[in-house]
Design a binder for this molecule. Structure first.
Ligand code: NAP
Ligand code: 3JN
Length: 340
């Protein structure tokens, strides 16, 4: 594969750090790599494999030096800098929600709709979905193809790392404080997260759902290419560091048994089935997902409350497959199929 010049925007953050380590792990063919962040961390260094690289100020960077830019510094940064980078000839793979819902911009999960990648030519921008959507659609795609999903009801159990580095530190600090008899201080989350569960991720909207919940609805329809799928989500933050879990109930057009669904999932790309209740085997964020690549599925069973219903438990590393890994997989496909 041709070697490529790359910029990582938000390189000092939780997603940026993971992007750099996955690029190195997967031996992405890099000619030059630039780590970009705000003025605050310009001059510090981040690791690319075993090599330190100096962080540069995004505001001063010339994007005509790179073919691909991986953006994860927040929506307002993408809004300002991604179009500038795209105009300079750099293909942007954006991890924020800034462009996800624009018709012209492909929203890509490599195992699900890589055929949409060609549309990057519309604006030189490709969007990466939200982590909760990502793991769900990887598992639901083969079932949708076989039996047609009509309705999805999902409750998420989301790790604090989804809210960035400061959130990881807040859970650690609150846990230590409470175990030492001190009061927990909440700055990142709206209230205490240690030993608690908060049904509140992103802001509340007029329909009573949060924006995180509506992202799951909007993005699932766009990625599966079917606006008729009805999705209702309840997104909950729990005191886990890495790995989002989801209890998912689906209703399909045509009947499908749990055994058929399990066989489809075993054969699905990017999915690992762990489903043996007799041996207490099911995926968990700590034992299976954290620091690994697959989307894990277990607890596959027919729903007893409705016709054509299937229940699943889906777990993945929210920072890897949920964000950084899919971004790198998109970059690999882009380079292989379009830029080489
Ligand atoms: P984080 O740990 O808080 O890191 C934020 C990064 O953005 C840091 O590198 C920070 O650099 C950089 N940044 C902030 N303001 C900047 C500015 N004015 N100019 C340039 N860089 C700036 O957050 P994170 O968890 O990595 O997430 C970052 C973003 O990625 C989120 O806001 C979200 O949009 C997206 N994200 C997506 C998913 C997904 O599901 N696909 C998951 C998590 C996050 P400094 O060190 O200079 O402050
Ligand atoms: O909270 C989580 O578990 C996932 C959070 C993702 C996130 C955090 C801040 C801003 C996003 C996202 O990717 O949807 C955004 C954003 O809207 O860009």
């Amino acid at each position: 594969m041709k070697k490529c010049n790359l910029a990582v925007v938000g390189a000092t953050g939780a997603v940026g750090e993971s992007l750099l380590s996955i690029l190195a792990e997967r031996k992405f063919p890099v000619e030059n790599i630039y780590a970009l962040a705000s003025e605050r961390s310009a001059g510090t260094s981040v690791m690319f494999g075993n090599k330190p690289i100096t962080v540069e100020n995004l505001a001063d960077f010339d994007f005509s030096k790179v073919e691909i830019g991986l953006f994860s510094a927040g929506g307002s940064i993408s809004e300002e800098f991604a179009p500038k980078a795209a105009d300079a000839g750099c293909v942007v793979i954006d991890n924020t929600s800034c462009f996800r819902y624009e018709d012209e911009i492909p929203l890509v999960v490599t195992e699900v709709n890589s055929q949409c990648l060609a549309d990057y030519r519309n604006r030189n921008i490709i969007a990466n979905p939200n982590c909760s959507t990502m793991q769900m659609v990887v598992a639901l795609k083969p079932i949708h193809d076989a039996a047609g999903i009509r309705r999805i009801s999902v409750a998420t159990y989301q790790a604090v790392s989804g809210a960035g580095r400061a959130a990881v530190e807040e859970l650690a600090r609150q846990t230590a404080a409470l175990l030492n008899g001190r009061p927990p201080e909440a700055e990142v989350f709206p209230s205490q997260i240690a030993f608690n569960a908060l049904p509140h991720i992103d802001k509340f909207l007029d329909n009573g759902y949060t924006r995180e919940e509506m992202k799951m609805s909007w993005e699932t329809c766009k990625i599966l290419g079917d606006d008729s799928i009805r999705v209702s989500a309840t997104c909950v933050r729990i005191p886990v560091f890495y790995g989002h879990s989801e209890a998912v109930q689906i209703q399909t057009e045509r009947p499908i048994s749990a055994a058929e669904a399990r066989d489809l999932l075993i054969a699905a790309p990017g999915v690992s089935v762990i489903d043996d209740p007799d041996s207490n085997e099911y995926p968990t964020p700590v034992e299976h997902a954290a620091a690994t690549d697959p989307v894990f599925v277990g607890r596959i069973r027919e729903d007893i409350s409705m016709e054509n219903g299937i229940n699943l438990w889906i777990v993945a590393d929210n920072i890897r497959k949920g964000a950084a890994l899919n971004t790198v997989q998109i970059a690999e496909l882009l380079l292989e199929e379009y830029l080489s």
